[in-house]
Design a protein around this ligand. Sequence first.
Ligand code: SF4
Length: 341
Amino acid sequence: MVILAGCVATPGIVPATALHGIDHVVPQPDKFRIPELLGMASGQTDRAAPVFFTTRALLPVQDGCAFRCAYCIVPTTRGAPRSRPMPQLLAEARHLVHQGFKEIVITGTNVGTYRDEHHTLIDLLMVLDDLPGIERIRISSIELSTVEKPLIEWMSRSDHACRYIHLPLQSGDNRMLARMRRRYTVEQYRAIAETALSAIPGLGLGTDLITGFPGEDEVAFQATCGLIDALPFSNLHVFPFSQRPGTVAGDLDNRVPQATIRDRTRHLIECGQTKRNTFAHQHVGQCLPVLIESVDTVPDTSEGWTDTYLPVKVHGKGLSRNQIVKTCIDQWDGNHLLGHP
Ligand code: SF4
């Protein structure tokens, strides 16, 4: 059975001729209902709960975005921002904790715009923080212009907040940021990232970058490289620009040649690996809690994650999935931290 789901399943995005061989088209708002929809198709009527195949449970707190960055089709496909009521989110989080999930990941299209009447994201986080049994709260990607001081303060003092923040940058050049219709300058980005890094010791800092956005000349690209060098990023997601019909960037001139885009992408991916190595090496010699996700790849080896969002192979007997194990880190092999309980 083939299911087309998510943003791309929005009417008008994929031409009907491309749907040949697809059994079900499930639009974005319904994607977590796929088990239920399949059950209905086969005559079952029971409501199915979302199923997670990791030890981290996702808690979608809102959907939609009205920022309209020049390259992004999401505001068209997902529509205006809508937040879920706080009591409903609390009930769902309580249920997930009751099911045994130790880590809850706050997700959404633009999580920093969460609003339920006068409550904002920080109010929600503080209430979740007090939930009995919760061990870790991780915030997925968050837009820089929505990061306020209370969020950083909460991350620095909460026993449950994961020490990782993903702040999409896209470009390290102010002219490009303006062309992309992003809502911050390089200086603002740097100031907030540095505030978070100094308030939260050991913080992992992730970002997204676009290479080859129309008009990105060598000066702009070098500005991006300079900012990447200057900040201790632990995780870079590098995306070559691709034109999306229906976006502002779809009609922009000054296109960057594909070969240049490829070279810039490769260069930033290599920078990202170097920076990740540097960040990971700082964990060697420390004993850190690791949330075990799987136990059966190699005998007596389990795999899990630090709160700083690095993968770990833990060598030791008798570990179980979904257990948080204090792990002494011996080395970084380029992909995983290696350690023992
Ligand atoms: S890139 Fe993010 S913030 Fe910008 S329009 Fe798309 S979803 Fe919204």
